[in-house]
Design a protein around this ligand. Structure first.
Ligand code: ATP
Ligand code: MG
Length: 347
């Protein structure tokens, strides 16, 4: 079986450090080790519209921003097909057929949908399109015969639902669709990076993000005002590093070289943590170090971003060519699906 990698992001704003450690870094690594047959990365504008249908401008503007974020972190359009979801007309068609295979209660039980419904305050007035998005996500995945989907852990229930739909489809119509597997980061803290406010997830919709596009001044402000251990009032007090986003970010981003370069009095993160837990280490010092580490990560990304911002035509061309290629692939799958469902009348 071919090894086909696919992932996407919603154009609801710029990409942030959570995306970087949870998914983007993994994608670039996968792209580079070239142990795959095809790789697709897409901008999920149709999905973004399910809960932003009244704000089309935000979605439209974010498409280009996300594309620039992709290219800035090192996704390479000669290796990866980058496309826009709404340009692929086979996707809503596949969604329509898969809808028959899923019950309303199954959708309502999906834990990620549940928490998002709460977060978005939909109450009992959930838009049908929103509730349906796990099904449309299954169309995205199966249209490309994806076997591997690198994501953060909030997407695991989506992948589970996709696998159920694939099994159910294949059971009824014969072996047609490929079952995908989620790949989450090895480093546990990267699977769901918390927000700068200490909330469980850094998320565009929650406004608690450090964006890949933030300039140094903005990053500094955000880091210096980050939530830490609320009981660590004086430097001498023993501190908690476990639920402390400052230490979690260090866990996700800092390596021993960063210590050598910026904080040589500690060998590694374990030593720094031990000191904080014992007492006698102030938050400001740790935050300054975190700022240096984030800057180290973001500086090369920013300089690439500048290049693409000055060459928007190039970005548009990449998206256009990627969408043409993705369309061909998805149309083939749609043909196969329609044949299996006996609705291939004039073939
Ligand atoms: P929105 O708030 O609009 O849903 P988001 O910030 O959750 O935006 P998505 O576009 O929904 O971002 O997610 C894209 C990918 O990034 C998914 O694979 C998701 O698991 C991953 N991801 C998003 N936020 C985080 C995070 N804080 N930590 C780890 N991975 C994340
Ligand atoms: Mg999300």
């Amino acid at each position: 079986m071919k090894k086909i990698i696919l992932t996407g992001d919603r154009p609801t704003g710029n990409l942030h450090l959570g995306h970087y450690v949870g998914s983007l870094k993994n994608r670039v690594k996968l792209q580079e080790n070239s142990d795959y047959d095809e790789m697709y990365v897409f901008i999920a504008d149709t999905q973004a519209l399910t809960d932003n249908f009244n704000n089309p401008k935000k979605v439209r503007d974010s498409v280009l921003e996300v594309a620039i974020d992709y290219l800035s972190v090192g996704l390479d359009p000669t290796k990866v097909t980058i496309f826009i979801q709404s340009m692929i007309s086979a996707l809503p068609e596949l969604t329509m057929y898969y809808m028959n295979l899923v019950t309303l209660s199954r959708l309502e039980r999906n834990p990620t949908v549940k928490s998002e419904v709460k977060q978005k305050d939909f109450g009992s007035s959930i838009p049908v399109g929103f509730l349906n998005y796990p099904i449309s996500q299954t169309a995205d995945i199966t249209a490309f015969d994806a076997t591997i989907v690198p994501v953060g852990d909030d997407q695991l229930p989506m992948l589970e639902q996709a696998r159920e739909i694939v099994r159910s489809f294949n059971n009824i119509y014969g072996d047609t669709l490929v079952e995908p597997k989620a790949v989450i980061p090895d480093n546990e803290v990267c699977r769901r990076l918390p927000g700068t406010d200490g909330k469980a997830k850094m998320s565009k919709s929650l406004g608690n993000c450090i964006y890949l596009k933030d300039d140094s001044e903005t990053v500094k402000k955000k880091v210096m005002s980050m939530y830490t251990d609320p009981n660590h009032l004086r430097v001498e007090d023993p501190g908690n590093t476990k639920d402390n986003p400052v230490f979690i970010y260090l866990e996700a981003l800092a390596n021993d070289d960063h210590f050598k370069k910026y904080l040589p009095e500690y060998k590694n993160l374990d030593e720094l943590k031990a000191h904080y837990e014992k007492g006698g280490l102030g938050d400001v010092k740790v935050k300054r170090f975190l700022y240096d580490v984030i800057e180290d990560t973001l500086t090369p990304i920013r300089s690439k971003r500048k290049y693409y911002e000055e060459n928007i035509d190039l970005v548009l061309d990449i998206l256009k060519k990627g969408s043409v290629k993705a369309n061909e692939k998805a149309n083939e799958t749609l043909k196969r699906v329609k044949r299996a469902m006996l609705i291939d009348y004039f073939e």
